[in-house]
Design a protein around this ligand. Sequence first.
Ligand SMILES: NC(=O)C1=CN([C@@H]2O[C@H](COP(=O)(O)OP(=O)(O)OC[C@H]3O[C@@H](n4cnc5c(N)ncnc54)[C@H](OP(=O)(O)O)[C@@H]3O)[C@@H](O)[C@H]2O)C=CC1
Ligand SMILES: CC(=O)[C@@H](O)[C@H](O)COP(=O)(O)O
Ligand SMILES: [Mn+2]
Length: 384
Amino acid sequence: MKPIKNIAILGSTGSIGRQTLDIVAEYPHLFKAWLLVANNSADLLIEQALKFKPHAVVIANETLYDKVKSALTPRGIEVMAGSKAIAEAAAEPPVDIVVTAMVGYSGLEPTIKAIEAGKDIALANKETLVVAGDLITKLVARSQSHLYPVDSEHGAFYQCLVGEQRDSVSKLILTASGGPFRTWPRERLATATVQDALNHPNWSMGSKITIDSATMMNKGFEMIEAKWLYGVSQHDIEIVVHPQSIVHSMVEFVDGSIKAQLGLPDMHLPIRYALGLPGRLPSDCRKMTVDDYCSLTFERPDYDKFPLLTTAYKAADRGGNVPCVMNAANEIAVAQFLHGNIKFNDIYNIIEKTMAWAPYIEQPTYEDYVATNAEARRYASTLI
Ligand SMILES: NC(=O)C1=CN([C@@H]2O[C@H](COP(=O)(O)OP(=O)(O)OC[C@H]3O[C@@H](n4cnc5c(N)ncnc54)[C@H](OP(=O)(O)O)[C@@H]3O)[C@@H](O)[C@H]2O)C=CC1
Ligand SMILES: CC(=O)[C@@H](O)[C@H](O)COP(=O)(O)O
Ligand SMILES: [Mn+2]
């Protein structure tokens, strides 16, 4: 019998975190939720903790500590607060695997600490690799830890690459739904509302990544994520629009063959796969029928309508701290768009202006990333 894996879920109250807990509940003989982490959702965190009985929880927002502590300490669950506690708890000896389901730059520090402690990482937080892919891959190479992709496209690449030699790969083909504005004329984007942008055609996700899908910044991020995860040049990663989100991505090989991974647009599948490695976990989940995959279509992305795709390739080409700047400006712009303070097209303008302003660092240290992130956020905020 396999030993139970202790899982630390950083961001357990979010979209990926909640679905990860569904997988824990599906396989109670394989997984234990050892640590749960949230930012502000104290009530849901308490509810999850009472159900899953983790060893510990961390609430990042320290003002909520007393509330969480009074609910959970009497139940024998350790309660901590603050961002430092997240990184420390995820690196604790009993943790086997860390699911990084926090959103944005906040995922970077705990992921680094967990890798340094030799933990396996089920990586949902793509911003970690966008910001500091060079640093993360070096740390992983020096440690016992493995990076298992949770992002659906990167899970697809992983599955297509099983059993293949690295020098057999000629191209990664990254599929994109095209988001809610795929069929909109370019001029209409100026009028796009928050509600329009949150109306993703296929996936139900947190609000930040849903806006990233609408601008297609998400696909730019995923191109950079794939570059670091699979050691492939950005010039060998092609983005293809596939509106049904059934083909999660494809790999082209040197002999002209292409392998694709298909599945319903349901994040339980890539989460189940990442946690179940090296094998596959049998599930009673709904299986696809021919009705799901009888009409799959593909098209080229519209780089004029979605200029952040070009911005992301430019950031990958320049490297250094440039992707970190792009990510920081995007986080500020998306948050302001969600608050109704800027228009949809301003997201692009803020990112480009911040990238043009930011001082370049060719080989950033961790401290350089921290400073770059803070300065780029500050500058981007002045553009609102
Ligand atoms: N949702 C999806 O289907 C997919 C998501 N991803 C990636 O996964 C990550 C999570 O996305 P998603 O689940 O949609 O996001 P959500 O916004 O739904 O959830 C984010 C989670 O992170 C917590 N959190 C946010 N900031 C902090 C912080 N500073 N400290 C501690 N916890 C924090 C939130 O807590 P609280 O609830 O308290 O705010 C919440 O639990 C992102 O990087 C995204 O790009 C990748 C592929 C698919
Ligand atoms: C579910 C997932 O992995 C998301 O990253 C998804 O890919 C977003 O859809 P887009 O293809 O529209 O960006
Ligand atoms: Mn994805």
